[in-house]
Design a protein around this ligand. Structure first.
Ligand SMILES: *[C@@H]1O[C@H](CO)[C@@H](O)[C@H](O)[C@H]1NC(C)=O
Ligand SMILES: *[C@@H]1O[C@H](CO)[C@@H](O)[C@H](O)[C@H]1NC(C)=O
Ligand SMILES: *[C@@H]1O[C@H](CO)[C@@H](O)[C@H](O)[C@H]1NC(C)=O
Ligand SMILES: *[C@@H]1O[C@H](CO)[C@@H](O)[C@H](O)[C@H]1NC(C)=O
Ligand SMILES: *[C@@H]1O[C@H](CO)[C@@H](O)[C@H](O)[C@H]1NC(C)=O
Ligand SMILES: *[C@@H]1O[C@H](CO)[C@@H](O)[C@H](O)[C@H]1NC(C)=O
Ligand SMILES: *[C@@H]1O[C@H](CO)[C@@H](O)[C@H](O)[C@H]1NC(C)=O
Ligand SMILES: *[C@@H]1O[C@H](CO)[C@@H](O)[C@H](O)[C@H]1NC(C)=O
Ligand SMILES: *[C@@H]1O[C@H](CO)[C@@H](O)[C@H](O)[C@H]1NC(C)=O
Ligand SMILES: *[C@@H]1O[C@H](CO)[C@@H](O)[C@H](O)[C@H]1NC(C)=O
Ligand SMILES: *[C@@H]1O[C@H](CO)[C@@H](O)[C@H](O)[C@H]1NC(C)=O
Ligand SMILES: *[C@@H]1O[C@H](CO)[C@@H](O)[C@H](O)[C@H]1NC(C)=O
Length: 420
């Protein structure tokens, strides 16, 4: 419009509206560079704006600077976009805000800080691009309580196909570092995760990555230090491959938990974890389902789900100081503090193999395989474990079983799995 004097007020208004007042994006051609506000000011409007302006056949660039993220972000519908992270995204510590505003994951009543998705995405962090969740404030706030409401997963990759992420670092995640929900054909490689508490509060729930409704994901060359499951495929995960990774201090590779929603049919099929180094992990690999009796509601309660877990392989592990059993199955997961009903789950676990595992174990537990009396587990194999050194060299390692049928080549059971 032509700005005559009479129209001045209108023009200024229009100009102000046209200007992205709270966002600083340097758009040149199909490259949107997010320019940090500086002085600790919130960069989330700029980040959202950059993904809106460079949504298709484009790149979004983060400079080697610190970006402050004080608000939830949802950036979806991207097509053929490169995300180039050279700096650090630092999440804000206003827990009141996050608890009230973090976005729903759509499962287990969990929530997220950044909900991201699209097709044909290439994301690189060059080995130094970093997400810093400022997690200590959350570790102290939760102080060991599991699944605190509103405590956000840092990033969910959702409704996404053909996605590659390389060379990113994630430190001090608020809760789980990542989730993937409804996605196919993902490769995430050379990913470093480190969530460590500097207080007496634990880093419970700082999982590396949890997957839901996903197919064909490869995780390669991950280095994960945290206090819970390094990788945890959950509902309707198929064809997940985990390779050449180093996990420290958490619980190892967890299949599940699953079967938390009464009557709901879910599965986990074709998961292989191979060439893994695990230091001080609770288990090398384990499988966990809820009992058949619902007690409480998700995230911390549930049970009575149906479905199956099958074709799971944990092979070529090098472990140091495993703190619980090397191999575990439990169908006894229940509402916090509740016990019993371990023979009630009808969730069917079959064809799970632990193979070629060497290293050291801090106790005498090779395997604790507790399947439900209502759905015994066939084709369970624990083999190639002669290279394991247990705490007590003289005693035979315990292989505790309950309602398990071992497949050919497996070590034999020598006790009853009564542990839950
Ligand atoms: C993807 O986007 C890039 C620009 O970032 C463009 O050069 C390329 O042609 C696009 N690919 C397709 C298949 O459209
Ligand atoms: C990022 O910037 C800092 C200084 O602000 C510099 O020390 C560092 O080397 C830079 N990193 C890279 C990878 O360019
Ligand atoms: C998922 O993405 C597709 C393609 O981008 C879009 O059409 C669809 O609406 C999205 N679905 C949901 C549930 O957001
Ligand atoms: C934290 O967020 C809450 C809710 O959004 C807001 O009321 C409060 O002023 C914020 N506190 C600080 C210190 O910014
Ligand atoms: C949480 O959000 C609700 C609704 O948006 C609002 O009424 C309430 O004041 C907020 N509480 C805090 C602590 O920010
Ligand atoms: C994803 O990649 C597959 C295999 O290359 C291709 O068939 C499919 O069309 C791609 N999907 C999208 C949404 O581009
Ligand atoms: C699985 O995903 C990868 C990308 O990570 C892709 O190259 C491959 O074609 C996909 N496999 C199938 C069977 O679609
Ligand atoms: C699991 O892998 C087998 C081949 O090993 C394949 O036949 C089957 O379709 C896969 N299952 C799923 C759900 O993709
Ligand atoms: C058991 O799982 C392995 C690994 O996925 C697979 O190769 C094999 O075919 C499965 N066996 C049966 C009987 O399904
Ligand atoms: C196991 O890993 C340790 C380092 O974590 C390494 O020193 C050792 O050589 C590895 N052993 C095997 C058999 O790969
Ligand atoms: C394993 O435990 C031994 C004995 O306590 C200790 O000397 C060693 O440093 C531990 N190694 C790791 C990788 O934790
Ligand atoms: C396990 O318990 C059953 C009955 O409770 C008993 O018959 C069996 O001998 C026990 N097996 C071992 C290996 O202790």
């Amino acid at each position: 419009m032509v700005c005559t004097k009479a129209l001045l007020t209108l023009c200024v208004g229009a100009l102000l509206q046209a200007l992205p007042v709270y966002s600083r994006v340097d758009k040149r051609g199909n490259v949107c560079t997010v320019v940090p506000e500086g002085n600790g000011r919130d960069d989330s409007p700029s980040i959202i704006s950059a993904f809106a302006q460079c949504k298709k056949d484009a790149s979004v660039v983060f400079l080697n600077r610190t970006y402050h993220v004080e608000r939830v972000m949802s950036t979806h519908g991207l097509r053929n976009v490169t995300v180039d992270v050279k700096g650090t995204l630092l999440w804000g510590t206003n827990t009141t805000y996050w608890i009230n505003n973090s976005l729903p994951l759509g499962y287990q009543n969990q929530s997220v800080a950044w909900d991201f998705g699209g097709d044909n995405i290439f994301w690189t962090g060059h080995g130094y691009g970093t997400f810093d969740g400022n997690g200590q404030i959350w570790y102290d706030l939760a102080n060991g309580a599991s699944n605190m409401f509103g405590r956000p997963i840092n990033l969910v990759i959702r409704n996404t196909t053909n996605f590659t992420m390389q060379d990113m670092r994630f430190v001090q995640s608020q809760f789980w570092t990542m989730a993937v929900h409804t996605a196919e054909n993902l490769l995430l490689e050379r990913i470093t995760i480190r969530s460590v508490s500097n207080s007496s509060a634990s880093t419970l729930n700082t999982d590396g990555i949890d997957t839901f409704y996903t197919n064909n994901i490869t995780l390669r060359n991950w280095d994960v230090t945290e206090g819970d499951d390094a990788v945890a495929p959950k509902a309707n995960t198929s064809n997940l491959l985990i390779q050449d990774s180093h996990f420290r201090d958490g619980s190892g590779v967890a299949i599940g938990s699953i079967g938390q929603y009464p009557g709901m049919y879910e599965f986990i099929e074709n998961v292989t974890a191979e060439r893994i180094v695990c230091d001080r992990c609770r288990h090398a690999g384990y499988v966990k389902t809820w009992t058949g009796v619902q007690k409480g509601v998700p995230p911390n309660g549930g049970g009575g789900g149906v479905g199956y877990v099958k074709n799971i392989v944990f092979r070529d592990f090098n472990v140091t100081n495993i703190t619980d059993s090397v191999a575990q199955i439990t169908q006894c997961t229940s509402f916090e503090g509740q016990t019993g009903d371990c023979d009630t789950s009808t969730f069917q676990i079959s064809n799970v193999t632990w193979s070629n595992i060497s290293g050291t174990v801090s106790n005498n537990l090779l395997a604790t395989l507790q399947c439900s009396g209502a759905a015994p587990c066939p084709d369970i194999v624990v083999e190639g474990v002669d290279g394991l050194v247990f705490n007590s060299a003289s005693a035979r390692p315990d292989v505790e079983c309950s309602h398990v049928t071992l497949g050919p080549g497996s070590v034999a059971c020598n006790g009853n799995a009564t542990r839950v």
